[in-house]
Write a new protein. Structure first.
Length: 251
């Protein structure tokens, strides 16, 4: 469903953001593309979506190449990002109607899916309020619904729980369980490793643009000798980045 082959991106100034990354995600699989800030996660997603031209390599969604058929790729992908905004003067119902129209979803089907998603994500009570009046968590629920209004087979979630409280995070967890049950191929980009360990079937550990480890949790435990994802990442870092600078702190 999602195929990434030797994907590479160089930016001006000799910055190598992504270095020959290869991975595949099948239907019904939740894949965690994990790493600290600056690891190359969002850049990789943008290349999969066709928003960013790779320096080399290839990404495909449902056999469509992101560089050759970006519009076909976008029709088959739902994107959820913590940085995504909403049209503040529209209500959630109007936002979903607008995006449904963009994806050429018939109005009666948009109305049906809006009712289903409002119930699933618990925004029935505020679906006719202006988005400018909604809290951060409420806006994120609407963004989750917006990404599903055209029923795409592929979902990309970029830091979906950033800025959310416990209730908001639980909504995201339930949403991902729903995607899994709908047999969608899902990529979650996050640096919240405890969440990823709970949600994902397989993992790709990115560090400085390179995919250092990949596999199920059990496979990663065997290959790294570590019991959890946090320890696996700490193992990748040089000692200078993990040691507490006692002397420099004057303690």
């Amino acid at each position: 469903m999602i195929s990434v082959e030797k994907l590479t991106k160089h930016f001006p100034g000799r910055i190598e953001a992504v270095k020959g990354v290869t991975f595949h995600v099948e239907k019904g699989e939740v894949y965690g593309l994990l790493g600290p800030n600056g690891a190359g996660k969002t850049t990789t997603l943008r290349m999969i979506l066709g928003l960013l031209q790779p320096t080399s390599g290839d990404a495909r969604v449902s056999s469509f190449h992101s560089t050759e058929a970006p519009d076909e790729v976008k029709r088959r992908v739902g994107l959820v990002s913590a940085s995504a905004g909403l049209y503040q003067w529209l209500s959630p119902r109007e936002v979903l109607s607008f995006f449904g129209d963009l994806y050429a979803v018939p109005p009666e089907l948009v109305a049906e899916r809006t009712a289903t998603l409002a119930h699933l994500l618990r925004f029935e009570q505020f679906q006719d309020r202006r988005c400018s009046t909604l809290s951060t968590g409420q806006k994120q629920r609407v963004n989750l619904a917006r990404a599903l209004i055209h029923d795409p087979p592929v979902m990309l979630l970029d830091e979906p729980t950033r800025g959310l409280d416990v209730v908001g995070r639980q909504t995201i967890f339930n949403y991902i369980d729903h995607l899994h049950g709908q047999n969608k191929a899902v990529i979650i980009c996050t640096h919240q490793l405890d969440e990823a360990q709970r949600l994902c079937d397989r993992f790709g550990l990115l560090h400085e643009g390179e995919l250092r480890h990949e596999g199920t949790l059990q496979e990663l435990q065997q290959s790294t000798g570590c019991s959890d994802l946090v320890d696996m990442f700490l193992q990748l870092l040089p000692e200078s980045e993990t040691a507490f600078p006692v002397k420099a702190a004057g303690l």
